[in-house]
Design a protein around this ligand. Structure first.
Ligand code: UT7
Length: 332
């Protein structure tokens, strides 16, 4: 049996320059910096501004940075998967637009939509193509322009989300590093609690859907919170158990950044202190598919070859999952 694994060999990230702080939001809706920090851990988030600037702009930025850092020729990329809930257009796929922008002329690509768990689903999918021996260079991108689907008059959602993109490169290795195991789950009965009502085939855009603000995120926060705490902690514990990982074996929890209280509940269940948990929520908020690769981008210099990482997410769908990654290189 082949021992080939898909190992992450590079990370890139992109966040827009424009900052939307809690104090800026205080001027838009009835809220306070104190409430937002206490209830979510968020202080500010990035917003992609400018005419015709879509998610692909950020995905391209993250991919280009990764290619520059690793010195990989874009023509060598064989597959590009873009996890996103806010594609530039319903079609063509944002992955195709990014591939074209970065010069990945020999790749094929597609988008994968699993809301906040999108990056984990895409990472697992990409890893299969490497493990099977089909491809040698697969680019996985998580990118979302959440500001394009947020109602900035709704204080229950506009405080949470931000824009950004992160990317990782997967390559084969025979060494015991890489994407080791994943527990991935979904449950469509969670849809009513977190969804976008209109703009799809069920309720195409009309004047009425626009006037009724149905093209914005609808979230029943407290219900989603309850499921998120339970499911993210459950799968994180499950992946540890089935890979015989004790708390002290885990170097980092790399969690989706939706709410600091959800992250803290998960790390507590895993028996991890806060200094082994990646946090970027204070400065980027919830960037949906981008939070996990942005964590890796932010903490790359602290990662060491052989570190055991547990990546965990929960989001719309409902979708959730945890992935065990053994890190493959020393960060600089
Ligand atoms: O990443 C995708 C998955 N999404 C998540 O994981 C998000 C999960 N949910 C959450 O993070 C939290 O539910 C929120 C941050 C969205 C809300 O926090 P909460 O502690 O669950 O608040 P709540 O919805 O239970 O509301 C409590 C109170 C309400 O007032 P009343 O009815 O008690 O008078 C809200 O109207 O807080 C009020 N409230 C606010 N007050 C000030 C809600 N949003 C705000 C706000 N500022 N921005």
């Amino acid at each position: 049996m082949s021992t080939r694994k898909a190992v992450i060999t590079g990370v890139g990230g992109y966040v827009p320059e424009d900052i939307l702080s809690n104090h800026d939001i205080e001027k838009m809706v009835d809220t306070s910096d104190e409430w937002i920090v206490t209830r979510t851990g968020i202080k500010e988030r990035r917003i992609l501004r400018g005419k015709d600037q879509g998610t692909s702009v950020m995905g391209t930025g993250a991919a280009k940075e990764l290619l520059e850092k690793t010195g990989v020729d874009p023509a060598e990329i064989e597959l590009l998967i873009c996890a996103t809930t806010t594609p530039d257009m319903i079609f063509p796929a944002t992955a195709n637009l990014i591939a074209s922008e970065i010069g990945a002329v020999n790749s094929f690509g597609y988008d994968l939509q699993a809301a906040c768990s999108g990056f984990l689903y895409a990472l697992s999918t990409g890893a299969q193509f490497i493990e099977s021996g089909t491809y040698k260079k697969v680019l996985i991108i998580g990118a979302d322009k959440m500001s394009s689907i947020i109602n900035y008059e709704d204080r229950t959602t506009c405080i949470i989300f931000g824009d950004g993109a992160g990317a990782v490169l997967l390559e084969p290795t025979e060494e015991p590093y890489g994407v080791i195991d994943s527990v991935l789950r979904s449950d469509g009965s969670g849809a009513p609690f977190l969804h976008l009502k209109a703009g799809g085939s069920r309720r195409p855009a009309t004047i009425e859907t626009v006037m009724a603000r149905e093209h914005f995120v609808h979230q029943e926060g407290a219900t989603v919170f309850k499921y998120a705490v339970k499911h993210m902690a459950d799968v994180s514990a499950e992946i540890m158990e089935r890979n015989q990982l004790a708390s002290e074996d885990v170097a980092w929890l790399v969690p989706h950044q939706a709410n600091k209280r959800i992250i803290d509940a998960t790390s507590k269940r895993m028996g991890l202190d806060q200094d082994r948990v990646m946090y970027t929520i204070h400065k980027y908020g919830n960037t949906t598919s981008a939070t996990i690769p942005l964590n890796l981008w932010d903490y790359e210099s602290q990662l060491r070859k052989g570190d055991n990482l547990v990546l965990a997410a929960f989001g719309g769908g409902f979708t959730w999952g945890a992935t065990y990654v053994k890190w493959g290189y020393d960060g600089k």
